[in-house]
Design a protein around this ligand. Structure first.
Ligand code: 3HC
Length: 665
């Protein structure tokens, strides 16, 4: 029995002499090797046949011309299991078969034409798109805007006419590769490229591929299009095997994998319709969540305890939307329409008909318990009861109510209308239906959900805690605070632990810290600096960053010069250690979910693949031995957990699935 091909093309020749070649590979018509070989066959057939004058390339599924090269095939290419002749796609297929053909071709684009999909369209001699088409090279994060549009119903007939116009010379026959009319003279072009290189180095100092891209363009300009093409072929092969590419491909699939939760999303449950949402608390988080929801057309009731707080909450939502208007991302009309979806209230009467409530008040257990008791009384029996708590155990919050199956965590990250992650926290009693519903709402408000189990700090904050603690330990042992932040930023984090602590606020850091100290005392580092800061009475003490020289002198630690590598490892290996605990306890379903949680919740660089992927690139043995060495020197904070020690002893990757079902979920 043969292997089922992964996608194909079909060819159909009309009475007008136009061959219509359709790419069929649902869901996104990605370009697998099967599709590419079939496209080449169909194309050659069209060139051979005497009844074919011109060619139109299109795709089967409406709304998706092509999502680009089949990313699942990258693994095979990287590992050497799939071997294709060098230049097969860009030189042999696109340039020598499509672009150099003696019959003209037109790409008929509906919806997305991304990456390799856009390259196919560009190799054709003209492109016709619908008005909703989106063209882009996401592999470089470079978006383009479609030039013009026809209605989807007329797309193919217009493309056929256009192809015949080229045959009959009513339209120019253009091979894009050989166009030079948009090129600057060599000297000026070099200046532009020099500027582009400087920008790329500044914006993405750890990434090579934007620079390689500029080198390829330069080769094309200086030595001609074919030389440029061959350089592209060689560099592409090299980049494909780079750690950066492997990490980013991992992140692509890990991100899509977070919404597949065994035992939940495979039960055939259909998400219920959530028509209206109530949010309790209009502070920073509540107003951000309200903004995210109304931006996706959910009517929202915002409840506060008094007029003053309510006004402030609505004001924050208004400001969030206004900032979009100022940036040109939203029209005034859309602004008014979106804001009209928000209604402020002071009593529970108005939330009697909501389908979901998200509690977003301050982190106070008894207050939250009271609120949940009220919610049970006022909300309809099907209503989802969600809390945006970032650290408190949900069993504690819902202790006093009966509806345990409706309690769930909806942990957003600040600013909630911008940050992409949504931690969905389930207790042992949360019903699968409620999780499926929340996953659906998350998708509709364009968040990446990660479903985690219930514990103090859940996944993201548990990983964040050792990050800050390790920073404190290092400065108190004589490492310069600014050096730590500099090194960690150079590694790829948006900011170091101290800049972050300043941003979050000293008060919040202490409050969350207290939860961890109470729950995980054996591995909490007892900082000297925190009590010192608490004792200091000056008003501006909020910023440790600015006052560091003063505290440095007080700490009396001898200045220690650590290497950049040591700093990175001493800050991140404790994070890896905690991620291992989270995984081993079954708080995360799979290691890849922690990669996404670290990238989207902590700002861990995606080009390093996320915390567990990165750890595996260094090896569990190495990480464990370093942690052991530091734990002897500095104490229990660094002690490798049993899971890490066991995997290191066996030489097993940290990301391998758990052997036994040890889930708390
Ligand atoms: C040689 C060239 O220069 C190199 C390339 O072309 S590299 C590829 C460049 N293309 C890209 O980076 C686009 C990647 N894809 C996307 O951004 C998005 O999937 C999309 C905008 C096309 C569609 O988004 P959306 O409708 O939300 O669907 P989404 O859930 O992401 O994808 C649907 C399924 O198609 C898969 N898929 C999407 N694009 C794919 C691709 N290029 N290759 C293989 N599978 C792909 C997804 O993994 C997902 O699979 P699943 O259902 O098993 O999880």
């Amino acid at each position: 029995m043969g292997i089922t091909p992964k996608g194909r093309t079909v060819i159909e020749v009309g009475a007008d002499g136009v061959a219509l070649i359709t790419i069929i590979n649902p869901p996104v018509n990605s370009l697998s090797f099967d599709v590419l070989y079939s496209l080449k066959d169909s194309y050659e057939q069209a060139l051979r046949r005497n009844d074919v004058k011109a060619i139109v390339i299109t795709a089967g599924a409406k709304g998706k011309f092509s999502g680009g090269f089949d990313i699942t095939a990258f693994g095979g290419l990287q590992g050497g299991q799939v071997v294709t002749p060098p230049g097969f796609i860009s030189v042999e297929m696109l340039t020598d078969t499509v672009e150099a053909a003696r019959k003209p071709s037109v790409a008929a684009i509906d919806g997305l034409a991304l990456g390799g999909g856009l390259e196919i369209a560009m190799a054709c001699h003209a492109r016709i798109s619908t008005s909703s088409a989106q063209l882009g090279l996401p592999e470089l994060q470079l978006g383009l805007i479609p030039g013009f549009g026809v209605s989807p119903d007329e797309l193919i007939s217009t493309a056929r006419r256009c192809a015949l116009d080229i045959v009959e010379r009513r339209r120019p026959w253009v091979a894009t590769l050989y166009r030079t009319d948009k090129l600057e003279p060599l000297g000026e072009a070099r200046e532009i490229l020099k500027f582009a290189r400087a920008q790329a180095r500044k914006q993405a100092p750890n990434l090579k591929h934007p620079l390689v891209c500029i080198d390829v363009i330069e080769e094309g300009i200086v030595s001609g299009p074919r030389a440029g093409l061959w350089k592209e072929v060689e560099d592409f092969e090299r980049l494909l095997r780079s750690e950066t590419c492997k990490s980013l491909v991992h992140i692509f699939f890990a991100q899509r994998g977070t919404s597949k939760v065994p035992g939940i999303t495979d039960l055939g449950l259909v998400p219920r319709r959530v028509n209206k949402v109530a949010i309790l608390g209009g502070g920073l988080m509540g107003s951000g969540i309200a903004t995210a929801l109304i931006l996706s057309n959910y009517p929202v009731i915002l409840k506060e305890v008094n007029e003053k707080f309510l006004e402030a909450g609505i004001g924050r939502v208004r400001a969030n939307l206004q900032s979009r208007v100022k940036k040109g991302k939203m029209s005034q009309e859309k602004f008014e329409k979106t804001l009209s979806l928000l209604k402020g209230v002071l009593d529970y009467e108005s939330i009697r008909d909501v389908d979901m409530v998200i509690e977003a008040v301050i982190e106070n257990v008894s207050l939250k318990q009271q609120i949940f008791a009220d919610l049970e009384k006022y909300c309809p029996p099907h209503c989802i009861l969600a809390s945006n708590t970032s650290t408190i155990d949900l069993n504690l919050i819902g202790e006093k109510i009966k509806s345990q199956d409706r309690i769930v965590g909806a942990h957003f990250f600040s600013p909630a209308h911008v940050m992409p992650l949504l931690e969905i926290v389930r207790t042992q009693r949360t019903s699968p239906q409620v999780i499926v519903d929340l996953l659906d709402v998350g998708k509709k408000i364009r968040k990446t959900p990660v479903v985690v189990g219930n514990c103090t700090g859940f996944a993201v904050n548990r990983m964040f805690f050792p990050y800050t603690q390790a920073g404190l330990l290092l400065v108190e042992r004589g490492t310069d605070l600014y050096q730590i932040d500099r090194v960690i930023t150079k590694f790829g984090m948006p900011m170091g632990p101290f800049r972050l602590a300043d941003l979050v606020g000293f008060g919040v850091a202490i409050a969350t810290g207290t939860q961890f100290i109470e729950n995980f005392p054996e591995r909490t580092y007892k900082s000297l600096l925190i009590p010192m800061m608490q004792e200091d009475k000056r008003a501006d003490l909020q910023s440790l960053y600015l006052l560091w020289p003063l505290f440095q002198a007080k700490l009396l630690a001898k200045l220690v010069k650590l290497s950049d590598k040591d700093i990175v490892e001493m800050i991140f290996f404790p994070v890896v250690n905690e991620a291992c605990r989270v995984f081993a306890e079954g708080i995360a379903v799979k290691a890849a979910d922690l990669d996404i949680a670290s990238v989207m919740g902590m700002g861990f660089p995606p080009y390093r693949g996320g915390i567990m992927f990165w750890a595996d690139s260094l090896g569990s043995k190495y990480i464990c031995s370093r942690l052991e060495e530091w734990s002897k020197q500095y104490g229990g904070f660094f002690k490798p957990c049993a899971f890490l020690a066991e995997r290191a002893a066996k030489g097993t990757p940290l990301s391998s699935p758990l052997e036994r079902a040890k889930s708390r979920l």
